[in-house]
Design a protein around this ligand. Structure first.
Ligand code: GCU
Length: 333
């Protein structure tokens, strides 16, 4: 109740600031960005770079304010705020978008990409991205760019998992995405969907035995304090998406649109280096300071277990077009 009240007050405040344009300068507009990561996470650093480019290239006419740490709510909540225009831009996982646009479910399909190169190939292919970024315009949002959010691996509190057999009965947190729920079911585990911000406590309290994410979850979000086994299952490569309220974007002049889109693209390139450096550094910290064990698994047993999902997504009315569009463009259909 209390946190709901705080969020509502905060939103009223930022909506008012937006309307009154507290920058006080004629012709200056402000973009409010929400995301759920910490200040030292690559996403935040890349959004700072995005802001710098937008402000500089618009000669200070567009200012940017970032609200990190899920201050404005979970990814689902900020997606709704972006739709309504209370927030202008948000960084959310493609998995969170699944409930808004079925095409995004494809990114949670396990082993859609064989490796990171295929993922890059898809995300830098304009046939795919133009399709995705404007598909959601009728529900009030457009895509600006994506950020590499690494490879998702399984981590447990106290159980080593080396083959898919070990997944039996394991309570695993997944993102609020039907496809991710389906993935854990297909692997023999027991899925629990919840917002990212609740995972640490759920692991600690034993409500779940496991979660799955890239390495930044262990260190940046401290999950390595409670989860000591990190298994290289490599089951998903889900991009983070930078999305914007469609009206706000369409009301910009052509020049302003370009400034925002180009800054977004440049921040994606910037993000690659920060990402690589962060994963290397945080993996070291997890191993050496937190005592997390990094374990190789029999990946093929996981891949085999989810093949019925591939067949289903390749044939289902809702997903077949995007499935084949991606597969064809990565030369893998
Ligand atoms: C990744 C992703 C986040 C998402 C999180 C999750 O960290 O970048 O956007 O919220 O996974 O598992 O919920």
């Amino acid at each position: 109740k209390k946190s709901y009240f705080i969020i509502v007050s905060l939103l009223t405040m930022i909506m008012l600031t937006g309307c009154l344009n507290l920058s006080g300068e004629e012709g200056v507009s402000e973009l409010r960005i929400a995301h759920n990561q910490t200040l030292d996470h690559p996403v935040h650093l890349s959004l700072v770079e995005f802001s710098r480019l937008v402000e500089e290239n618009s000669n200070g006419n567009i200012k940017v304010k970032i609200f990190p740490n899920a201050q404005l709510g979970s990814e689902r909540e900020v997606l709704e705020l972006t739709q309504s225009g209370a927030v202008d831009i948000a960084k959310v996982s493609a998995s969170a978008l699944e409930g808004f646009e079925p095409d995004y479910s494809i990114f949670s399909l396990p082993y859609l990409f064989e490796d990171y190169e295929q993922f890059e190939q898809a995300m830098n292919n304009e046939t795919i991205t133009d399709h995705l970024y404007f598909k959601t315009e009728d529900i009030g949002i457009i895509g600006l760019t994506y950020y590499n959010a690494g490879v998702r691996n399984l981590y447990t509190k106290d159980r080593e998992v080396t083959t898919v057999e070990d997944m039996k009965g394991l309570k695993v947190r997944v993102q609020p995405s039907q496809t991710s729920v389906g993935m854990i079911n297909a692997l023999g585990g027991l899925p629990t969907a919840m917002a990212y911000g609740e995972v640490y406590t759920a692991l600690q309290a034993g409500v779940i035995d496991a979660a799955e994410n890239n390495e930044t979850a262990l260190v940046g979000n401290n999950h390595g304090e409670v989860a000591k086994y990190y298994m290289y299952t490599g089951h998903q490569i889900v991009p983070d998406m930078l999305i914007m309220n469609a009206n706000r974007f369409n009301n910009f002049s052509e020049e302003e649109k370009l400034i925002v889109q180009e800054a977004a693209k440049a921040s994606t390139v910037y993000h690659e280096d920060v990402w690589a450096e962060t994963i290397e550094r945080q993996t070291d910290i997890a191993k050496n300071d937190m005592g997390v064990q990094f374990i190789e698994v029999d990946k093929q047993s996981f891949i085999d277990a989810v093949q019925p999902m591939h067949k289903k997504y390749a044939e289902a009315e809702k997903t077949k077009d995007i499935y084949h569009l991606i597969k064809e463009n990565i030369g893998n259909d």
